[in-house]
Design a protein around this ligand. Sequence first.
Ligand SMILES: [Zn+2]
Length: 403
Amino acid sequence: MQVADITQLPAEMENTSAMRIGGTCQSYAGYFPDTNYLDHIPIKYIRVNVHWFNSADSSKNKVGQTAIDFAKGLIDTANKDLERNQAMWLPHGNSTQLLPIRHRYVLTPRPNDPNDDGIYFHFVEDESCYLVHKGKNTNLYKRGIIRKYGVQLDTVLNIFIMPHHPDSVASPTYRPSSTGVALGPAVKIAGMAENDRPSWEFRSLLNHEIGHIYGLTHTWAYNDGCNDTPKHSQSCWSRNQRPECKDQTSNNVMDYNAEQNAWTPCQIAKVQKRMADTKTKARGFLQERWCSLNPNAHISIRDSISWKGAKDLEGHLTIERGGSLTVECRLSLPKDGRINVKAGGRLILKDAQLHNSCGEEWEGIQIEEVGKEKGEVFFVGNPNIENARNKIDLSSSDTISGE
Ligand SMILES: [Zn+2]
């Protein structure tokens, strides 16, 4: 380590230390996907499995290949909605940015079990297989069934597809509608068993419930912490319902409406922030693609960039000649990954935490020197460099072509 290559800059008088909780900086603004540099926010993959709950005589829910195809169709079409985010309808005439959503679902069996496809069937003797979503017998929020039937609860988000209770369905005041609840390691959903509606009709319900898992709340009546999710009367389900609904219907995923396929920049960012928070259980459901080095995921910085949100990179990070990167939060490099500051490039670590979030070793920061020119690294405040083989390394001069 050659100390001379690192410049300690004085911390500014105010507002320097980015508040870090669970390794994340606290403003959602640091997590907005920048469409010019989408690779700076690698897509996160949420591991999911699916449980079909049924009566002991198997008469109350889908079974066999029908159920397997339904489960896969549900996940596929929910992912399609995530791939094709829609512009917000509210407020009417808005100019809210349409940004790409940076997460997807992956059906995940138990490892090392070739017979496991991540889809499970439970034929239950007692009444716990049913969902009662309202009334005095509601079991919507009960977690016992999750503990009893859940699979890989720490690492896979369990999706429970439950029939409504037959007594409820028989009641004229109970609608066996599509409904759900998010409960930590699982979402319970219902409404699929009582009719022949195709799986894609429930994709938005799934996205809504998993939105809850990752910290999103309903938007129409509450302050959800986002300025781009307007409150509204929630009086219109669809645009064609009544004439005034043409301009008053929401299509936001966290409202109740016929579409539920529009995510605002803040909602996308909020999910990313939750996923980057090393202290949350919901992060445990993500495929840890950031643990090992992916040669297709290297990032090159050629412009002036500031990272104000925590990141888990999957490849090497290179700051090219003329490029400048300011890191203000947690930054994870993959195992054996490195940061390369090319001659004429600049890295500013402002109270940053550099590490590998899987506890593996990464290479550290390599500073290139070409002739009299070097890459520059600046420390502001108290940055930490952890798990690095060589925190700072000056690569041998003269032998570098400087291209
Ligand atoms: Zn909800």
